[in-house]
Design a protein around this ligand. Sequence first.
Ligand code: NOJ
Length: 496
Amino acid sequence: MYQIYPRSFHDSNGDGIGDLNGIRQQLGYLSWLGIDALWLSPIFPSPMRDFGYDVANYVEIDPVFGTLRDFDDLISEAHDLGIRVLLDWIPNHTSSDHSWFVDARSSRESERRDWYVWRDAKPDGSLPNNWIRAWSDESVWTWDHETEQYYLHCFLPSQPDLNWENVEVRTALHETLRFWLDRGVDGFRMDVVHLIGKELDADDPEELRALSHTPLNDVAVTHEYLREIRAVIDDYPGDRVSVGEVYLFDPERVSAYYGHQDELHLCFNFSSLFTGWRAEAWLALILRTESAMSAAQAWPTWVMSNHDNARVATRLGGDQARVRAALVLLLTLRGTPFLYAGEELGLQDALIDPDQAVDPGGRDGCRAPLPWTTGSDHGWPVEPWLPFAADAAARSVEAQQSDECSTLRFAKRLLELRHQSVALRRGELLAAHTQGDLLVFERVVDAQRTRVVVNFSKDNLAFNVVDGAIVLSSALDAQPGVIRAGEALVIALARA
Ligand code: NOJ
């Protein structure tokens, strides 16, 4: 799965913001690279205070991205190339500009008042609970002066939370899924979907409040709502998929959101974004993920970068050897890999001057525009909405497509290998262990057995392959008898 942040992908109409026709124009590139599916970050009408994660209409396209017609063309051209398309669905909150909220806010008697979460102040005048909203140390409650009640928003005050207890809300949200499923989308990434059920009377523990409420919310009723959502998706033919952003950091808790094959098909596993580049730390993460997912009969996912966190290349200090090794982990561990646009280029975050910053959550750096060409405009018709990363020329698609030894060409080879290998796609993960700074695991299915070895140290280490043949090395200057600093090897083994 390849994540596109549409504003930053490719600009077809010269307004400095990427758009749907820009994505269409690059389908050839994506097909060449060898990805199977696209997930588009939000493209719906929005005041863009959270760049589309504040939806003002769930069943239209924001004019900055194009039209419904452009969207239909994108889907049909992607499908012709064998590429599936997932949308980003934002069920927890809308924009305060959404007509539902405008109506809800207009009076306590309004028809849609109960579509959002309203509370009186407590008798002593204090807030309804102690939850903290995202990206701040402020409350999730904002006082509405007109109607004299608080409304709930786990993110910005301009992102009011919907009231999922209200069956009309659930039905209306289901309708939005059907709208896009009818148009042929292959599924949805579901934004903070673990947050839709809430226990408003339960205060957060004092010592954890600084995290904000979002990663702490984990209540039983959400699972009922997820089963209803799954039933909507299962009504459709073909393999439609739901991928939940379950923003909890404990794989055991995350695994519960798969239900018994009746909730989410897949959930993100974000711990990898915060795991240091050490063999022991990765082994612990892999073993913990495997054990939690196997116990729940759930299929894992892996992610190294996304639009909310520093890119993996930045976390690894721009060291391309390690970036290639991280790509090997992403694409050989057991589970569905999510590749964030630009990760195949080994692209780093842009440095953002304070006067260029636009995101309320400070995430502009990892959202910098994709560099297509080496020239100073990097293939963008006008200056884009955010600055380019400092390494944009060297990391551009143009520079790397023509360089046999580039990270991009390596990513393409790795994707080819994964497509050819049942063991890498579906095999069990076995024999995971470390040997000093080497992380080793095997992927095994019937007649195929593949070993992956990653050197996490800064040194070249003596290493001999005695029981198989190297099918891929991430090092540009691989040598027999040595595994180089940062090198990752994929080895085909004789069946034991
Ligand atoms: C998670 C999304 O990934 C993030 O970008 C967004 O700001 C929040 N959810 C709120 O929708």
